[in-house]
Structures are given as C-alpha cells and as structure tokens.
Design a protein around this ligand. Structure first.
Ligand SMILES: Cc1cc2nc3c(=O)[nH]c(=O)nc-3n(C[C@H](O)[C@H](O)[C@H](O)COP(=O)(O)OP(=O)(O)OC[C@H]3O[C@@H](n4cnc5c(N)ncnc54)[C@H](O)[C@@H]3O)c2cc1C
Length: 648
C-alpha cells in the first residue's frame, strides 16, 4: 500500500484473535481484506491469554452431560442477567465448532488421558477414572461460575497457541497486514462508515483506507486503569474511542468492568483462573481459606466479580498480608506438585519465577484483584453491526455484542473472539458483497486533514503544561480507587469531577519530545483524550446505575434491581460535545427469567413486569436506540425454553 488513499473490500482494525478470525472469513468469501495492528499481530493481547477457552465438548468425566444449553445457562447467570440471551445462545452453540476448528488450524490442545487421573477438587485430592475411549480428546479443566469442566486449554498458554495458529491462516490466505499502524478516526458520512484514517507509527505519516465494510477489533481498554490492570500497554481503547467520537455509534455497558481475582502483586501480571480450576486456593494472612465460608458451594470458583469482592473485603478487614506495595492475599498451588505446574500450568510456573522470584511448587504466590476485562464496548446487533452506522462492525473485546452482560465468565472471551470472528465475519462478507464503495473521497481527505492537524497542534504546543504521563497516572489512580471493585455515589461524584479536570489538563499538556516521526510521547498524547473520555463514560455510567449487577457493585445500592435496571446502558459522545449523553435499552429478549446465580448474594429486587411484557417492546425499543436490522429476525436464534430440560 502506498499513497495517501488506499481502498479495499474489508478493513479490519485489530490483529488479535477476533480481528484475524473475522478477516479470515471475509477473505475466504473472496474479499480483499486489510488488517491494521499497533504491533505485529502475534504480539496482540490475545497472545497473553492463559487458562482456557470454554466450549461444551463434554470430553472428560467432570464434563459429562454438558451441552450448549448448560453453557448458555452458566453464561447468562455469570452475566447477572445482563447478557443478550439470544447472543449467549448463538455463542454457546458455536463454541465447540470454534475449538475444533482451532485444532484443525494447529493448536496443540492439552488432551484427556484415559484411565485413572489425579485431581484436586475443592481442596480435596480425588482420583477420577477417565473413559479409555476419551483418551486423546481435547482436555477440559474447571473454571469459575460453570456447572461443568468446560475450559479447553493448551497448558497455560492457550492464547499464544491460538493466536499463532490463526495468524498462520492469515498468512496462508495472503491477507494484507499493516502493523505498527493505528486507526485514529473513522471515515463516515453520518449514516455509512467507509473506512478509517490511519497513523503510521513508524514515521508519523497519515493515510486513509476506504472500505466497503470496516470492523473494529481493537480489544479492551484496561489501560484507563493505569498500572492497575492485567492488560498490555497497547490496550488503550483507541478503537472504542474512535467509534465514540462519531457521536452516532453508542458504546454499551461501559460501567461493566471486570476485576480478576488473582494477579501478581505488585506487577498486575495475571495468574490464570486455571490455577483455582486445577485445585489452587486462596489464603489470608492467617493462612485461612476464607472462600470456603464466604461461598460454601463454589468456593474459589464462584464468578470473578464475586471472588474479587470477597478478596477486597478481606483486605479491607485487615486480613491481607502487608507489603510495601499495599496488602495482598496468597494463592496456594503448592499441592498441585511440580510436574503438574510444569506441564498444565507451565506459563504460571515461569511467571512466578521470573516476576516475583518464587517457586510456586514450594512457595505461596502474592495476589490481589486488578482490572482485567472490558465487558462494555461498541454496541452491535447480533450480526456484529454497530448501532447507527451501516458498514461498521465490531468483534471481540472491543464490542458489546453482548454475551457477557455485567460479568464475563473465565474462558468465555477466547471463545467469543473465535465465535464472533466467524459469525460476524460471515455478515461482513455478505455486506461487502452487497455494497459498492461509491462515495465521495472528500470524506476521506477531510478526515485525513483533521488527523494531521491534530498531530501538528500537539507538536505546536509550548510552555510548561502538565505531561501526558502525569495525566495518565492520575487517571489510573482515580479509576482504581473511585471506580473500582466497590463503588459509592460520593466516590463516583469525585471521580467524575477529577476526570473532568484531567480532560481540561489534557488541553494544556505539553510534549517533551517534538519529533513528528517515531515519537511514542506524541502517539500516546493523541490517544489520551480518548482514554479520558472512555474513563468518563465508565464513571458516569456507574454513577447513574443505582443498583449492583455483576462486576458493577454499588455499596450504597447493594442489590441487583430487576424491577428498574433490566437494561443496557448506551452512551454517545461526539468529539465536539462537552458531555456524554446516556440512554437505556431493554436488555434483550429474555428466555431464562432472572433468578439466583448459584453463588454470591440471593437477595435482589424482583422484576414486576411480566417476561412477556418485557420482551414485547424490546425490538422496537432497540431499533429506536439505533439498532440496525440483522440478517435474521431478532430472537430467531434463541433456543426458547431449552433451559427447562436442564434445570428441571
Ligand atoms: C493476561 C490475560 C489472560 C487472559 N486469559 C484468558 C483466558 O485464559 N481465557 C479467555 O477466554 N480470556 C482470557 N483473557 C481475555 C482475552 O485474552 C481477551 O479478551 C481477548 O484475547 C481479546 O481479543 P481481541 O481480539 O478482542 O483483542 P486483542 O487481542 O487485544 O487485539 C487487539 C488488536 O487491536 C490492535 N489495535 C488496537 N487499537 C488499534 C488501533 N487504533 N488501530 C489499529 N490496531 C489497533 C492491536 O494491535 C491488536 O492487534 C485474558 C486476558 C488477559 C489480559
């Protein structure tokens, strides 16, 4: 690609698992596809995924009886009834195909061993006989919030194995990859999106890619929590942010932010849930297994939101282990033994030794909860089509599809990237087949000029304003301490005021390095305002949602409120407006009625509307909020009432 303007059929912004899988589908249908990525695709954040990928294969003894309906049930319960149940069902039905497809692409899945197997369950050693005929099938381990062992894994390097395999397919199909290239604005005419303006991170130049269909697959935005995240430094939410800038496309459920229970203290590097799935447990400073009393049924394997809250409370109660970096708790996996750690949890073995200098077969691991996953993102319909702008799609963590609702289950994200990549990729291909790229190139040149002007304006600033990194660090402190695991109205008010101040500061920040080319400070400065705007949508969304649901916990409104809040938050905020505007759409067609999740609190404010009434208005309401028509009628992929056969 050379020149200021290039064209293609499908532009995929993001070279992680979701973007690459989507591009494969478009290319396989005969379309020219271009993938953009900040880094070489194999360094995308998907590569860091550790413990597993959920799919109801029912391959091992503890997975017996599993099927898509059980997976659907777990996912909806995990979401605390925040998920779109039709999307959760599509996901659960297609996940087994996605896992088997990965085997075909070359992922070396850990396998079932027929005969006697030694496991740890709820702290007890047990021997379980795996059927000899299952020997060699894709293995599965336990994860939080699930009724069955369902997480397929490649040791603790599942994302690494999956991304390398999928990227090899991208290479095989000859899909163009433009790495070290950042989409900085979408090109659109108010009703259709026709590509993006891109900044070349190698030399600071800009170019435009015009496309029939554009896909945002830019991953999560954990870095708005500064150092308090397990996410890579590239997870700054730029893709989500440029969708928000349009003022047309809404983001969904931004206040739904996941905190993972076990990240290394102090670095925040993840220690997979697979450790607890394989029998590891949590201890406080008195060596007490507090989760047994807190959650007698699921113990350490309740959902992440529930476990993180118990851990945080334990530390608030003074039962954390004091350290120069603040309190932490212990994760104990010593009893699993060195052989297990060096095979099924190999990456954890390495991480503990490399980053805290501890041998996890002999020593305890210092852990505490940290920001981990963004349930919110670009709101899309079941085809992955963004609300409001035709030709714009979103997949993976950047999207709010929305199968996770207010809490994602461990292992459901890797599956989502592959399933949504397949499902949405098909729709993207259909869209590209049915639409021509006939549009005014002036749109692209105007957007290009605006992007060049933004970069030049940053370089032209002078004086003694704050540094962009000071603003970033302050944002992280505010987000973790005031928009964190426990939230209150007063702290959220403070957070909104502080982020507002940081937005003002951002307008006066000054760069230390004025080089227009390879200049990481400039590249970051160009993202900072977008990050602050995302942070504001999270804080304001949390301020407005006066209930607790999944990972969004309001200490001043501790109950889930199905009477008033069976709704998804939508937020729009054009780049020219000073304030975001919020609206709420009904959650989706509900088949599984709201109830107890099976862990956490059983107290809630019951819905007073009947399910029939709730469901009746959903489609019209969502259309009113910008939902575009999907290829198949809304609700047609919901396997209505199937859950009754499972729950009795
Ligand atoms: C440490 C860790 C472990 C995890 N383990 C698991 C697990 O075991 N199981 C599970 O299910 N989930 C796990 N997750 C979550 C899961 O890995 C992610 O949610 C998922 O991989 C996200 O994939 P993605 O394709 O949506 O985005 P990513 O893999 O984050 O890819 C985003 C891509 O977008 C590109 N990009 C970003 N912005 C721009 C831009 N403006 N222009 C151009 N390109 C851009 C990036 O370069 C990158 O290529 C884990 C997450 C973490 C942090």
């Amino acid at each position: 690609m050379t020149g200021k303007l290039v064209t293609t059929d499908v532009l995929v912004i993001g070279g992680g698992l979701a973007g690459e899988r989507c591009a494969i589908e478009a290319a396989a249908a005969g379309h020219e596809a271009v993938i953009l990525s900040l880094v070489p695709p194999r360094r995308s954040h998907s590569c860091a995924a550790q413990g597993g990928m959920q799919a109801s294969l029912a391959n091992c003894a503890k997975a017996a009886g599993d099927n898509a309906t059980v997976h659907f049930l777990d996912t909806v319960r995990g979401s605390d009834w925040g998920a779109d149940q039709e999307v959760a069902n599509i996901f659960a039905e297609e996940a087994p195909v996605a896992v088997r497809e990965l085997a075909h692409f070359g992922v070396p899945w850990s396998r079932v061993r027929g005969g006697k197997n030694h496991y740890f369950i709820k702290g007890e050693e047990v021997d379980i006989e795996e059927a000899l005929e299952n020997d060699g099938l894709i293995g599965q381990r336990d994860f939080g919030g699930t009724a069955k062992w369902r997480a397929c894994y490649a040791a603790a390097g599942t994302g690494h194995a999956a991304l390398y395999a999928v990227d090899s397919e991208v290479v095989r199909l000859g899909i163009s990859v433009r790495d070290r290239a950042e989409a900085v604005a979408l090109i659109h005419d108010g009703s259709r999106c026709v590509g993006a303006v891109v900044r070349d991170l190698r030399d600071g130049s800009h170019f435009a890619v015009m496309a029939k269909a554009t896909v945002i697959a830019t991953g999560g935005y954990g870095r708005i929590y500064g150092q308090y995240t397990s996410n890579a430094t590239i997870n700054e939410g730029t893709g989500t942010s440029i969708a928000l800038d349009t003022g047309i496309v809404p983001l969904g459920n931004m206040e739904a932010v996941q905190f993972h229970p076990t990240t290394l203290s102090p670095s925040g590097i993840l220690v997979t849930e697979g450790c607890r799935g394989d029998g590891g447990y949590l201890l406080d400073k008195n060596m007490e297994r507090f989760m047994v009393e807190a959650e007698p049924e699921k113990q350490e394997l309740a959902s992440r939101d529930v476990v993180s809250r118990h851990m945080q409370q334990r530390m608030r109660d003074g039962l954390g282990v004091e350290s120069p970096f603040g309190p932490h708790l212990w994760l104990d996996i010593r009893h699993l033994g060195e052989e297990h750690l060096r095979t099924k949890l190999l990456e954890v073995w390495d991480i503990c030794r490399d980053f805290v200098g501890r041998n996890p077969a002999k020593e305890l691991i210092p852990v505490r909860p940290t920001q981990h996953y963004s349930m919110g993102g670009v709101r899309v319909n079941k085809d992955g089509q963004a609300y409001g702008l035709s030709g714009l799609f979103a997949v993976g963590e950047a999207s709010c599809w929305d199968m996770h609702g207010f809490n994602r289950l461990g292992g459901n994200s890797l599956s989502e990237t592959l399933v949504s990549g397949r499902v949405v990729g098909r729709r993207v291909a259909e869209y590209a087949s049915g639409h021509e790229l006939r549009t005014d190139t002036g749109l692209a040149f105007d957007a290009l000029a605006a992007a060049e002007q933004r970069a030049a304006a940053w370089l032209a600033r002078s004086g003694s304003g704050p540094s962009v990194y000071e603003i970033r660090d302050a944002m992280g402190e505010t987000m973790m301490h005031k928009v964190g695991i426990f939230r209150t109205g007063d702290e959220l008010d403070e957070a909104v005021a502080e982020i507002g101040q940081l937005l003002d500061d951002c307008d006066h920040a000054v760069l230390r390095c004025k080089d227009p080319g390879v200049n990481p400070e400039l590249a970051f400065a160009l993202r900072l305002k977008g990050m602050l705007r995302l942070a504001m949508t999270v804080a304001k969304g949390a301020q407005a949602r006066t209930e607790s649901r999944g990972a969004h916990y309001r200490s001043d409104f501790p109950l889930r409120n199905d009477r008033d809040w069976l709704s998804r938050t939508l937020v729009r905020w054009s780049a020219d407006d000073s304030e975001p505007s919020f609206s709420y759409e009904p959650t989706g067609i509900i088949d599984l009625p709201p109830g107890h999740r099976g862990y956490g609190s059983d107290e809630r404010i019951e819905m007073t509307n009947s399910l029939e009434n709730h469901n009746e208005g959903v489609q019209e309401e969502q259309v009113r909020h910008g939902r575009l028509p999907s290829a198949e009628e809304m609700g047609s992929r919901l396997n209505r009432g199937a859950w009754k056969a499972v729950t009795g």
